[in-house]
Design a protein around this ligand. Structure first.
Ligand code: ADP
Ligand code: MG
Length: 692
């Protein structure tokens, strides 16, 4: 006999109707346990309750119909090598045909005489109404078709798993496993907040009985997601408050003063000044700093980072500065190393492309504490890299790193201070979730003399006049970026498009240096091209988005972006931020194919908006949080039900409730079920939230 005890954590193959094949398919959908299946919600619904008599069904209409099989025919279509099953149907007053291609075994089911419920699109073929590949269900004799039709869930699927199969598996999970899911929110709490019960809510999400019930169910489940996350954050905040390890106290000293007074070639802007003060305030304390520095492209975050690094050195610690690309790491190194050197400290560049020997040398130097500052790429995170006493870890363009990478980086020190920097502002809904309890510094101003970059969208037809415009700019000694999109799935094609563009531009501008830069180039070639562009021997740089972040060439004034519609808005904003840095007017020209209405609107919005913050908000609405902030792999914003944009208010109230509950009852002794639920989640994902 089968063991009747069922656990939500049972592998999904324990659910009736799930065999090894389906188990694998479900795994691809991240469904591994019975509970995962219960929480695997439809992404839309089809209201099939409206059953149309065949006599009233029109061509082009999508509808449900209930009818009896009158005749059945199976044949091979010679032309296409398909097996075709045709069924003639009648509901007493009207007739229709249903056709399925390549469906094995239908002849055993659709025998003349059975009643079926069909759902699909009707067409008129040869004067007869026909449904092609409709979904169907066999009705028992006397079964009410309206009840069988209902509001049908449509699930995100994978090849090979039909909607029908998923529905069936979900139904068995609801029958057999849902009863084991215990309500974890206390009754009075639910009553006060009008939240429906957990089991009803899950059932309603899959098979809604009405729109109202569905709404109530969705509300409850979205609340759960926000509430559990916030309760976890509240708990963790208490804990870190209690037993956070001690960080070295690193108040600014003589290196910082000397840099500010003698070495920096410019006075700090008020925004930089304020950010620096906040950072120094944090670093002076023995609680590890966990601060986000947010400042639009070109606002001067690097200089702020440098001062923080020097404060670490002043306190006898090392500092590390992590950048997402080789080009950017090198640029930071070129900028900072002379200043650091002038202060008598030692700075090294550590990237993956260094010769093994050199790399080892630097790693030894860091471990021995002979090198004071390491600037580098992912090589800094590598297991082989260790520090004698890392007091400060800076992550530049932090959205380009996964949570785990950032975690690995900070683990190179013992409770180091951490500063993460970004030009992509993080909307408040996200600072309340993913970024949990990060302190934020904002640089609201740009260095003096910057003019807004003029942004225009032009069609491909305008490329010739664009080229003569570029010629004018270059004859004034200005430099031009020409960005071609490169996305992974069509990398080869895109690369050749970029190369073709490069050759074309070379021919068009034979007397100007034209260069090409993309991720596939060996590191030394990349370096050379960037150097040439910086020096001006190359004045037109055709590039993929490797220049997207951080690159700073003051003489660059024009940014041309081809196929602009393929980029996210924040990405475009980053690109635009590469020009107009040197006091000369900057231009951003988006070459866009006409595209969809939506992409036109996006581009228009971008042209008229220069604030990075407004753009990030728009991007969040259009593309979702994972894309915008690079937090996809953390899973934290992969809510199954809740939507950070639509449910922003709910997030606020869930946070309030969670923090007040944890405040009153930090051990959750008044609600053991909630405690259990929360702790099982804490183990799974909460430790991935940015920690304080
Ligand atoms: P981002 O914030 O995008 O990282 P950077 O740190 O690259 O910006 O700085 C952009 C440019 O502005 C650099 O050329 C830098 O030297 C310059 N800069 C930074 N701070 C100031 C300042 N206070 N006054 C003038 N120029 C500055
Ligand atoms: Mg930068």
């Amino acid at each position: 006999m089968k063991n009747p005890v069922r656990h939500l954590s049972d592998p999904v193959r324990f659910v009736r109707g799930v065999g090894p094949v389906r188990e694998n398919m479900l795994a691809r959908l991240e469904v591994r346990t019975a509970e995962d299946l219960l929480y695997f919600f439809p992404f839309r619904y089809e209201d099939r309750r409206n059953i149309v008599p065949l006599s009233a069904l029109r061509g082009g209409e999508t509808a449900s119909a209930a009818a009896r099989v009158v005749a059945f025919e199976k044949r091979k279509s010679m032309k296409k090598g398909l097996s075709v099953i045709t069924v003639l149907l009648s509901d007493g007053r009207g007739m229709a045909r249903a056709v399925w291609f390549n469906r094995v075994g239908l002849e055993k089911i659709l025998v003349p005489g059975v009643r079926v419920l069909l759902y699909g699109k009707a067409d008129v073929r040869g004067g007869t109404l026909q449904m092609t590949n409709p979904e169907f269900e066999i009705l028992d004799e006397g079964e009410d078709e309206a009840e069988a039709a209902g509001i049908m869930p449509v699930y995100p699927s994978t090849a090979g798993l039909s909607q029908k199969a998923i529905r069936k598996m979900v139904r068995s999970a609801i029958d057999d496993f849902l009863p084991s899911l215990e309500e974890f929110l206390p009754g009075d709490f639910r009553l006060r907040l009008s939240l429906s019960g957990i089991r009803d809510s899950i059932k309603e999400m899959h098979f809604p009985s009405s729109r109202e019930d569905w709404k109530a169910a969705r509300h409850r489940l979205a609340f759960d997601e926000f509430f559990l996350l916030q309760a976890g954050l509240a708990l963790r905040r208490r804990r870190t408050g209690e037993d956070a390890g001690t960080a070295p106290s690193l108040p600014p000293g003589k290196l910082v003063r000397k840099c500010l007074n003698e070495l920096l070639p410019f006075p700090l802007t008020p925004g930089q000044r304020k950010a620096v003060d906040e950072i120094f305030g944090d670093m002076s304390r023995s609680v590890p700093m966990n601060r986000l520095l947010q400042g639009d492209v070109g606002s001067g975050k690097t200089a702020v980072g440098l001062l923080a690094l020097l404060a670490a050195l002043d306190g006898g610690c090392q500092g590390a500065f992590l950048a997402p690309t080789e080009i950017l790491a090198r640029q930071h190194f070129q900028r900072l190393a002379p200043l650091v050197g002038a202060l008598g400290a030692k700075c090294a560049l550590l990237t993956g492309s260094l010769p093994a020997k050199e790399k080892e040398g630097i790693q030894k130097g860091l471990e021995a504490g002979e090198i004071d500052i390491a600037i580098g790429t992912h090589a800094l995170i590598s297991e082989k890299t260790g520090f004698a006493r890392m007091g400060l870890a800076i992550v530049d363009e932090q959205h380009r790193f996964g949570v785990l990478q950032k975690h690995a980086f900070r683990s190179k020190g013992e409770n180091p201070h951490v500063l993460v920097m970004t030009a992509t502002p993080i909307p408040r809904t996200l600072t309340l979730t993913v970024y949990g309890d990060l302190s934020v510094s904002v640089i609201p101003d740009l260095p003096p003399g910057r003019q807004p970059v003029e942004t225009r969208a032009v069609s491909r037809k305008k490329i010739p006049s664009l080229l003569s415009f570029l010629d004018d700019r270059m004859s004034d000694g200005e430099r031009v970026y020409w960005i071609c999109p490169l996305i992974e799935e069509s990398e080869k094609m895109d690369l050749s498009a970029a190369e073709a563009r490069y050759e074309e531009l070379q021919q068009r501008f034979p007397s100007r240096g034209v260069g090409i830069l993309h991720g596939r180039l060996p590191a030394d070639e990349k370096e050379k091209v960037m150097d040439d562009f910086q020096k001006g021997t190359v004045s037109l740089l055709v590039s993929t988005t490797v220049v997207e972040v951080g690159v700073d060439v003051p003489e660059a004034t024009v940014m041309v972006v081809e196929d602009a519609a393929r980029f996210g808005l924040s990405q475009l904003h980053q690109l635009r931020g590469r020009v107009g840095r040197g006091g000369r007017k900057g231009w951003c020209i988006l070459v866009a194919s006409p595209g969809t209405q939506e992409s036109r609107e996006r581009i228009e919005a971008f042209c008229s908006e220069s604030s990075g913050f407004a753009i990030a908000e728009a991007d969040l609405r259009l593309r979702g949080p994972g894309e915008v902030c690079g937090v996809r792999q953390s899973g934290i914003t992969d809510f199954r039900v809740a939507d950070l944009v639509r449910d922003a208010d709910l997030l606020g109230s869930a946070r309030k409730e969670a923090f007040s509950l944890i405040g009153e009852d930090p051990d959750l002794s008044s609600c053991p079920k909630l405690k259990e639920r929360l702790y099982s989640l804490l183990g799974r994902s909460l430790n991935l939230v940015e920690t304080a």
